[in-house]
Design a protein around this ligand. Structure first.
Ligand SMILES: Cc1ncc(COP(=O)(O)O)c(C=O)c1O
Length: 439
């Protein structure tokens, strides 16, 4: 009985008891809370007190109101609860979406060459060398780079840019299927998600228009290595989306280029420098390693100034030690060659599996990035079938809004000889073969 975890005589007391239960793992993500009436009776308080507690929990993103189905604990409440995919012992992990650690450049080499003399508190923490290297990379891809900020990863950038412009209650257009952690980030900010369907070339123009018509104040999109679908913009699509976005007054556009360097396709952008509010965030997580926690952000001068200004009064800057490591890698030719090879390796691993599936009559997606995306009719049964055969893959249930069921197979470490075996096992696990995905 969930009620036994909940107590208190006031709204804040009840909310605190729910928070403690979520933090302690007694109330797990997705768990249904008692109805307002039932809990009020149990605790001997008025329904208004319980309703106010639930509202407070919802405002903070700990619970979600699920209409007539009541209130449930958020899938990813902003508390340190374990929500990572747990891969059963002995199963081959194709679920977690990580880069192949063997393909990341060796940190020890870079560290041994570093000058890490102590720093004081700094007014201006960005290393000019890093900013210049980032600027050159953006410029090489035709991305306007007069204003650059250095932030703690792609998601940190997305959050900071949103906070610079949007307010709780605003509608944000997101890709569907889309990166679940982006969804998880938006909900506690009080933002409402509006899905934009995808195909292999990225967001569908008609869907983007519909989301903008629905009142979206911002659009978050992944120009390449879309997670989970692997979609990547091509020139015509980028131009079409750019035209829609430039015609739309005042919409904020955020590009999450989380797999820059190893996505396997060129960087295209929908951000025209004439857009009033835009940012392109480029992370080093996939090319140099997720623990570097660093990304560069290019954007219009107002957005970048707001992001930097807020950063300066909070964390201050991204550690210069991390910045120096990235400068060392970015200025090193052999690292550049290694990153190019890594991009090719990921492309080959993805394509091997997609081709092996195609030979078995199964259509899977993955134009770029670290994953292959496979629409299925029943996620749970395919997952179970694959697990029985020793493969752990990810169900997309939480990654989609209006799009259909699918599984995501991280191919970052998948060896060519494994691709054939996996394709056979997928074929056996599929109940019914589906070939399209759409919102
Ligand atoms: C679409 C997308 N955005 C952001 C991230 C996280 O990037 P970072 O480590 O730079 O925060 C990921 C990680 O897989 C991702 O898939």
């Amino acid at each position: 009985m969930i009620e036994q975890f909940l107590g208190g005589r006031t709204a804040s007391g009840i909310a605190a008891s729910a928070e403690a239960a979520i933090r302690g793992g007694r109330l797990v993500p997705g768990a249904r809370l008692p109805t307002i009436r039932l809990l009020a009776t149990e605790l001997g308080v008025s329904p208004m007190t319980v309703a106010s507690a639930y509202r407070e929990l919802a405002r903070r993103g700990l619970v979600v109101a699920a209409g007539r189905r009541g209130t449930r604990v958020a899938d990813r409440p902003p508390l340190p609860v374990r929500t990572r995919v747990t891969v059963p012992k002995g199963a081959r992990d194709l679920a977690s979406g990580n880069p192949d650690p063997r393909l990341l450049p060796p940190l020890n080499d870079a560290l041994s060459r570093l000058d890490v003399s102590p720093e004081h508190y700094l007014d201006e923490g960005n290393l000019p060398a890093l900013v210049e290297l980032a600027r050159a990379q953006f410029a090489a891809d035709g991305i306007h780079s007069d204003s650059i900020a250095v932030i703690g990863g792609a998601l940190d950038g997305v959050e900071r840019v949103l906070q610079a412009h949007v307010r709780p209650g605003d509608i944000i257009a997101v890709e569907d299927p889309g990166f679940v952690r982006t969804f998880d980030l938006l909900r506690p900010l009080g933002l409402r998600l509006e899905p934009v369907g995808l195909d292999d070339a990225g967001p569908r123009p008609a869907d983007l228009r519909r989301a903008l018509d629905a009142g979206a104040k911002a659009v978050i999109l992944t120009p390449r290595a879309q997670n989970p679908s692997g979609a990547a913009l091509d020139e015509p699509r980028a131009a079409e989306l750019r035209e829609i976005l430039t015609a739309w007054e005042d919409v904020l556009v955020i590009e999450d280029d989380h797999a820059a360097g190893v996505a396997g396709v060129p960087a295209l952008t929908v951000c025209d420098a004439t857009l009033p509010k835009w940012a392109t965030v480029r992370s080093v997580s996939k090319s140099l390693g997720p623990d570097l926690r660093l990304a560069a952000l290019a954007g219009d001068s107002t957005t970048v100034a707001r992001v930097e200004g807020r950063q300066q009064i909070g964390t201050g800057w991204v550690s210069r030690i991390l910045q120096r490591i990235v400068v060392a890698f970015w200025s090193d030719r052999s690292t550049a060659r290694r990153i190019t090879r890594t991009g090719h390796a990921y492309a080959e691993r993805r394509t091997r599996l997609i081709d092996a599936l195609a030979e078995r009559g199964i259509v899977a997606h993955g134009r770029s990035g670290l994953n292959v995306y496979l629409p299925v009719s029943d996620e749970a049964s395919v997952m179970a079938g694959l697990l029985q055969r020793g493969w752990a893959v990810a169900a997309m249930e939480r990654w989609r809004i209006a799009s259909g069921p699918a599984i995501r197979i991280t191919t970052a470490t998948l060896m060519p000889q494994e691709a054939e075996v996996l394709a056979d096992d997928i074929a056996s696990s599929l109940e019914r073969r589906t070939a399209t995905y759409s919102a």
